[in-house]
Structure formats: C-alpha cells, structure tokens
Ligand binder design. Structure first.
Ligand code: UDP
Length: 405
C-alpha cells in the first residue's frame, strides 16, 4: 500500500501467492499503452460502484490507464431505468413509447457530454447501454451486465438486445444468464476487495466501538442483513423469518441499508419497513462502511434473502469474515454458497427461520461453516481473480493488438 493506503497488487501476495501476482503484472504490462474507460450510472451505492471503485484504482496502480465516468440523468430517467432493472430481473413493465423516449433522449444527451475516444470502453448495465450508437469505435466496446438475467422480461430484452449486439463482448456474472446473442458472452463472477473499508481487518475493540457508536446493543445474538433497500432483497421476508425465530430463542435483527443514487425506489422501501421497528428489530440507514464491516463480523448469522440477485457482494463480504451466511437460492448467491457446506441456501421464510435457529443452536457448526466460507472467498472471490479476467479479455481482442505501437 502507498502512503494513502491505496492497494497494490503486491498486497495480495500473502493471499494468492507470488506466482499469481507476477502473472497478473505480466498481463497488465501488455496493456499499459492503452486508454480504457468504464461508464456506469452511479458513483455511490450498490455493488457496481464498489466494484468499479476498487477495480479501476487497482488497475491504475498496475500501470493501466483506466478511467471511470458516470452518466447523468433526471429523476424521470432513473425511474425508467429502475423499472427496466426490475423487468430484466423478471418483473413486469409497461414498456411505453414515453419511457423509451426518456431513456433514449437522456442517453443521447450523455453521449454529447462524454467524448469516448478510448481504446477500450466498458459500459455497465442497461442505463448507459445505447451510448454505443453515438460513437465511432476506436477499439472494442464491452457491455458488462451485473443484473440477474435468468428470466428477463422478453419484451424489454427484445428492445435492448440489438444494442447489446453492437458490442464486441458481453460480460455476465453467471452462465445461467446466457442469452441468445451474436455478441460473444463471457462470464466473470464479481469479487470483493479484501482491503476496502468494508472488508479490511478490524479488531474486536474497533467492532464494538462502531456498533456502540450507532447504538446497536450486543447483549443478544445478532441476525444481520446489509443491503440496499430494494424489494428484490426481500427485507420483509427477513423480518418474517426473524419473527419466527425469536419466538424460540432470544436474538436481535439488524437491517442496515442504503440507497443508490440511481435507485429512486429505495426511500419508499425503507419507509415501508420502519413501522416494524422495536427494541429487537433495528432498521437503519447510515453511510458507514466500517459499520457494514463490523456488523458482518459481529453477526451470529448474516442473511441475504434475495429473491433475485445478480451476484450479491454482501454474501462474499460476510463469508470473508468467517460469518455463516444464509442466502436466497437464486442467481449469483448460488455461485457463492454451497448449501450445507459453507452456508445455507433457502427458498422460503420458514426455511430461513429454520436455518437461523439451527446456526444459533449449534455454534460449532456455525464456526465450521464460517471457516469454509472464508476459504471459499480466498480461493474464488477476491478482486485479483476478477482483475485478471478483465486483463485476459482486454488482451484477447485482435483490435487491441493492431492498435498497439
Ligand atoms: N452496502 C453498504 N452500505 C449499506 C448497504 C450496502 O456499504 O448500507 C454495500 C455492501 O457492503 C456491498 C454493496 O453495497 O458492497 C452492495 O452490493 P451487492 O452486490 O450486495 O448488491 P447490489 O446493491 O449491487 O444489488
């Protein structure tokens, strides 16, 4: 790390070995003359901004020249794109001409504001997807979709697919999301930055200090879910499961959440839950990564009871801390948790309650699962692996080879 604590690939050596670090550096070296840019729709909130922040910084530390642009949008634009997000995850949408017009016009405006003359352009998620229409490509354009595309709304997907097919590659988080496209599809599971404020080591005293700062008592075992306030994360299901468990044994629920700048539905979801607060159900929204970190460490059980989930960074984050995780048996969570080994997968409120109770009753099993969970993340879900997949993809384009001096 440098004097500002910025991570370098060498910091990963003790986790992934010197050979892997050397291989990553060699692959990065081949790309150091190129200008690369990422475009997404939020600088804060949600997994995409977390990933972009860690990945772009680390790539620059490795000698690549990688930028990160965020598109602007009116509340109407983000209301439309959130509806698109929901529909791509299987919800309904009235894909009206009005919505299309708002979407297309504001993406066009953004194309006037951003001069993307880079050698490689990576566009994230549907919000900025049509940008590609407005540029003369200087090299490959890649669409990186972070959403659970397991069963997208077909009307919307037929509208978006022609845009995706203008790209040179599409990156999806799971092979379960494969689409019928002429564009080559590659599959990168996201990953966590073990050195970020959310994941870095914390002492017991630091954890206790963070929780007490926010008034969270620790006299009872904590059941925790950390998520954007979004109905896909099933916060109501978490409360219902907790209410079943607490009839049997004393425990406390903490729902910590935030709202992404491109998600206008978040405040409403948050407010709809507040009536259920009590001494044992704490529902909070603080922008405090050390609190996320501390809660994931202190929790007896972490839940991620999503109904759809592109990947779910919060799952790997908690697993990295050796905390047993109960996840919804959906999307990217299935890639992280092997049911009954390094955590549990559940499909109903009752099942979630049963698994919470079994982990609270059997601390040895919980500890054992937590150890396996941490090892799973070390082997499969650290950012160094994700970074190397990007380098391999960038290096694979013939056009990149051609434009190299
Ligand atoms: N997060 C946070 N504060 C909160 C809730 C979430 O910092 O109150 C972080 C969380 O730790 C994770 C990211 O936001 O790094 C959420 O990513 P995930 O992939 O789990 O879900 P998404 O929001 O992208 O659907």
């Amino acid at each position: 790390m440098d004097h500002y604590g910025l991570v370098e690939i060498e910091d990963y050596e003790r986790l992934i070995g010197a050979e892997t670090v050397a291989r990553i550096k060699a692959k990065a070296k081949l790309l150091e003359d190129l200008r690369i840019v990422n475009v997404n729709s939020t600088y804060y909130g949600g997994g995409v901004s977390q990933l972009l922040s860690s990945t772009t910084l680390l790539m620059n530390r490795l000698g690549l020249r990688v930028g990160w642009r965020t598109i602007h949008g009116s509340p109407d634009f983000f209301s439309v794109t959130k509806k698109m997000h929901n529909a791509l995850q299987g919800g309904d949408i009235n894909w009206s001409e009005r919505k299309q017009e708002i979407y297309e016009r504001e993406v066009y405006e953004n194309s006037l504001l951003n001069h993307l003359t880079h050698d490689i352009v990576v566009v994230h998620d549907p919000q900025p997807l049509p940008l590609i229409k407005y540029y003369r490509k200087g090299g490959p354009w890649i669409w990186r979709c972070h959403i659970d595309l397991g069963a997208p709304n077909q009307e919307l997907w037929s509208y978006l697919a022609p845009y995706v097919e203008r790209y040179d590659a599409a990156i999806l988080s799971s092979t379960d999301y494969t689409q019928d496209l002429i564009t080559p599809q590659v599959f990168f599971m996201p990953a966590i930055d073990p050195f970020s404020a959310v994941n870095k080591d914390m002492s017991d005293d630091e954890v206790a200090g963070r929780l007490s700062h926010h008034g969270i008592p620790t006299d009872l075992p904590l059941i925790v879910q950390v998520s954007r306030f979004d109905t896909w994360k099933d916060p109501q299901g978490v409360i219902d499961a907790f209410n079943i468990v607490r009839q049997e044994m004393p425990c406390r629920l903490v729902l910590l959440g935030n709202v992404a700048t491109d998600d206008p539905e978040g405040p409403q979801v948050y407010e709809s839950l507040l009536g259920q607060q009590s001494d044992d159900i704490i529902i909070i929204s603080y922008q405090d990564m050390a609190l996320v970190n501390g809660l994931q460490r202190k929790a007896a059980v972490v839940l991620q009871k999503s109904l759809r989930e592109g990947f779910g960074l919060t799952v790997s984050e908690a697993m990295w801390k050796g905390t047993p995780v109960i996840g919804g048996d959906v999307g990217g969570i299935k890639l992280q948790i092997k049911d009954g080994e390094n955590g549990f997968l559940v499909s109903s409120v009752e099942q979630a309650a049963e698994r919470i109770a079994s982990l609270l009753k059997d601390p040895d099993m919980a500890h054992e699962m937590g150890l396996k969970a941490r090892e799973t993340v070390r082997k499969k879900f650290l950012l160094s692996r994700y970074l190397e997949q990007y380098l391999d993809l960038f290096n694979s384009f013939e056009t990149v080879y051609r434009i190299r001096p």
